[in-house]
Design a protein. Structure first.
Length: 371
């Protein structure tokens, strides 16, 4: 009478897994002091059988068991290496069939095919529990390929996280260890939005409702940025900042931003109606030169600097709730399909008076009007 203890199983789909398994078995047999005369022949036998299975592209695997006899039996403990191959009807080669045993005492999952074998390895003594635990840890540890794949998956996750906060081209430059990353863009278009009345509304809602509402709106804005080829820069509270023409220069940056702003306004109005709240969106846009770059070390941030940023921000803050205010610079860059009304001069701190327009729509938009 003996006790059979399962120690683990390994699937073998390619030669790399075979070499990993050979190395594991060598460590295990060395630790258990298997009888020296069996060690090399057993490993050679195991390798030959598995290579044969893999050659015929069989679905091969190894299962490991410890067979512990009762002390009164007078028998020696054995390590049973079980070889299994599914989906292969060819008989085992003669030189292997003569020395490998068919399974005995272990439930076979593919007895109809017949490729289910045991290589018994006699041990000097029965392993203690600590050794059994160590065998299981060794035999079931990830292979080199599994570790490599896991590393590649983690790298992909890290890159995906970076791409959520940085443009793809910037991520590539960070990976190449370029150093301080910055670029000067002679002309780009910047947008700021602000939710008028959000602070008052938020004071009457619970925390979950507040975050859910703003997340709903900003997720829709993110989708619109992707749709129009515009780069989201950041959100601050209930404000949203985006840029067109950065980090990749495009000639139609003002046009892209105008399309985005009109869609943002329409989307915002639909969402607040769905959510059952009352607030307006105020948008400001300006075009001009800007410096863009990455700041931070532990927490990266892609940001913009320059007078164009300040003017765009003030176009928003001096704007009209429910409207899109654009500078004369941006208006001059827009094609005729956009409809604008002259608002007049707007006083901006540090800039005096600047002519501003209200972007009202596009040709073909329902209810569009303007000059």
């Amino acid at each position: 009478m003996s006790t059979l203890i399962p120690l683990g199983a390994v699937e073998l789909g390619h030669s790399g897994a075979l070499e990993d398994t050979r190395a594991k078995m060598l460590r295990i047999l060395g630790m258990l002091e298997a009888r020296e005369t069996q060690l090399i022949p057993s490993l050679a036998l195991l390798s030959d059988a598995l290579r044969w299975f893999l050659h015929w592209q069989a679905d091969a695997s190894i299962e490991l068991y410890l067979q512990c006899p009762e002390p009164s039996d007078g028998q020696t403990p054995k390590l049973l290496v079980r070889l299994i191959a599914d989906g292969l009807e060819l008989p085992l080669p003669d030189h292997l069939r003569q020395v490998i045993l068919h399974t005995t005492g272990i439930s076979s999952r593919n007895r109809s095919i017949g490729h289910d074998y045991i290589i018994p390895l006699t041990l000097w003594q029965t392993p203690n529990q600590a050794q059994i635990d160590q065998i299981q840890a060794i035999f079931n540890e990830p292979s080199r390929d599994e570790l490599f794949n896991a590393l590649e998956q983690e790298k992909a996750k890290a890159e995906s996280l970076l791409l959520n906060i940085l443009p793809q081209g910037i991520v590539e430059r960070i990976k190449s260890e370029e150093g301080t990353i910055y670029d000067y863009h002679p002309c780009a278009t910047i947008l700021f939005t602000d939710m008028v009345g959000f602070t008052e509304i938020a004071s009457h809602l619970d925390a979950h409702r507040v975050v859910s509402l703003i997340d709903h709106i900003f997720r829709r804005f993110d989708d619109l940025c992707d749709q129009h080829g515009v780069e989201k820069i950041k959100t601050i509270g209930d404000s949203y900042m985006a840029v067109a023409g950065v980090p990749i220069a495009v000639d139609n940056h003002a046009e892209r931003m105008a399309d985005l702003a009109l869609d943002m306004l329409a989307t915002h109005n639909r969402v607040v109606q769905e959510e059952g709240v009352s607030m307006d969106l105020r948008i400001g846009i300006h075009s001009g030169p800007v410096v863009a770059g990455v700041i931070g070390h532990r927490k990266y941030a892609y940001d913009l600097w320059g007078d164009t940023v300040n003017v765009a921000s003030r176009m928003e803050s001096t704007g009209v709730p429910g409207e899109i205010q654009i500078s004369v610079t941006t208006r001059q860059l827009l094609p005729p399909r956009f409809r604008c009304d002259i608002r007049g001069n707007v006083a901006l701190k540090g800039h005096g008076s600047i002519e501003a327009f209200l972007l009202r729509g596009r040709d073909g938009d329902p209810g569009a009007s303007g000059a």
